[in-house]
Structure formats: C-alpha cells, structure tokens
Design a protein around this ligand. Structure first.
Ligand code: PRP
Ligand code: URA
Length: 206
C-alpha cells in the first residue's frame, strides 16, 4: 500500500472550508467537487494513452487520447461527493456502486447494495470514498473488486486516518491511496480527528 498525499495550495484552501463546521451542505458539495478534481487529476496522471491523428482547423496533428478502460466506483453515500469531479475529468469512465454503511457502535461496514461492471482485469479501477477511517468500508469494496478480477485499484479519499491505512496494508496491500490529507487519529467513536465530521451527513444535510 502506498499513500500519496496531494499537496497543493488549492487543496489546502478547499480542505479548510470543508473542515469548518459552519459550511452548509450546498457549499460543502461544491468544495468536495473542487478538492476531488485535484485528487483525481493526481491519481490519473499515469493512465495509458494511445496516439491518434486529428485535423485542426489549420493542419493535421498527432494527439494522445485515453487508451484504456477506466472504472469509477463510489462508495455510497459519501463517495457521490467525488463522482462528479471524476466524470468531469474522465467522462468516458464506467461507474459501479457499493452501498456500505458502518454500524454506529462497532464501525463494522455492512453492504446493502452493489452494482459493478464485469471483466475488470484490464481496467484502471478507482474506488471513491472520501473518509478512510477504520478502513473497513474501503477494504470491503477493494477486496470485492479484487475477487471480481480487478488488478489495478486505487482508492481516492479526501481525509485518511493512520488506522485506516494500516488496515488496508494488512488486508489489501496492493492498493494505492490518494488523499487530500492524512489526519492524526480516530477517536473512540471511530471518527477521524481533527477530520470534518460525518461526510455523508454534511454532503446531504441529514
Ligand atoms: C462513512 C464514509 C465511509 C466510511 C468510512 O460512511 O462515507 O464510507 O464511513 O469509515 P470506515 O473507514 O471506518 O469504514 P457511512 O457508513 O457513515 O455511510 P454514509 O456514507 O451513507 O453516511
Ligand atoms: N466517516 C465519516 O464520514 N467521518 C469520519 O470521521 C469517519 C467515518
């Protein structure tokens, strides 16, 4: 497991407002999209391209287009806060879903829905889950994708905790993680500190 923390002044600025408890859901959604654009750009830096030709208004030019299959898999609900940014940058991506919910006491992730494209062996697969806390939800999604043949899996998050990274290292060590921030620790309710609270609730106003 390798962690890439996306270091950029625009990431810092968006994170500052995401962490602020006074930020209302509409603004929170816009900020999630903004910070996700920067995380997605970094995590897709090495996607394969294929050379092609186009006619500009003036002459022929050699160009490079995305050369392989890309699959984005948001973890419901909070992962939806990263999906628009992903599709802004990779409009041709296929999209799969995992519905996962943590038990409020044990933080153990329970799956209530999944719909994932098949034949993932050659695809670049990106799991979108903004909060990596215990790592139970992300590990569940990634292990299931591996069992369906996915080989090149990256987890895109906004805030990661050391405990979640350690869990991924143990359970799905081949995963690369891209995050906007690495925070200090989990608290006794398994929330990330300093964190930004419950991402899904803040995104959807629940
Ligand atoms: C949150 C968040 C992650 C998960 C992370 O989901 O969206 O999926 O917790 O925690 P973990 O690393 O300890 O598994 P939650 O279960 O609150 O559901 P929601 O997105 O529907 O609010
Ligand atoms: N899920 C969240 O939304 N926030 C946390 O701090 C931990 C898990």
């Amino acid at each position: 497991m390798t962690l890439h923390v996306v270091s950029h002044p625009l990431v810092e600025d968006a994170l500052a407002a995401l962490r602020d408890r006074r930020t209302p859901p509409g603004e929170f959604r816009a900020l999630s999209r903004r910070v996700s654009l920067l995380v997605v750009a970094e995590a897709t830096r090495d996607l394969p391209t294929a050379e092609a030709g186009v006619e500009t208004p003036l002459e022929s030019a050699r160009v490079h287009r995305l050369g392989g299959r890309v699959v984005a898999v948001p973890v419901l609900r909070a992962g939806l806060g990263m999906l628009d940014a992903f599709l802004d940058l990779v409009p041709s991506a296929e999209v799969g879903y995992y519905g996962l919910e943590r038990d409020e006491v044990t933080a153990s992730a329970h799956r209530y829905y999944d719909k994932v494209p098949g034949d993932l062996g050659a695809a670049a697969t990106y799991v979108l889950d903004p909060m990596l806390a215990t790592g139970g939800s992300a590990a569940h999604a990634i292990a299931d994708l591996e069992s369906r043949g996915a080989r090149r899996i990256r987890l895109l998050s906004i805030v990661a905790a050391p405990e979640g990274l350690a869990h991924l290292e143990k359970v799905v060590p081949a995963t690369d993680v891209y995050a906007a921030a690495l925070d200090r620790q989990l608290d006794d309710r398994y929330y990330i500190r300093p964190g930004l609270g419950d991402f899904g609730d803040r995104l959807f106003g629940t």
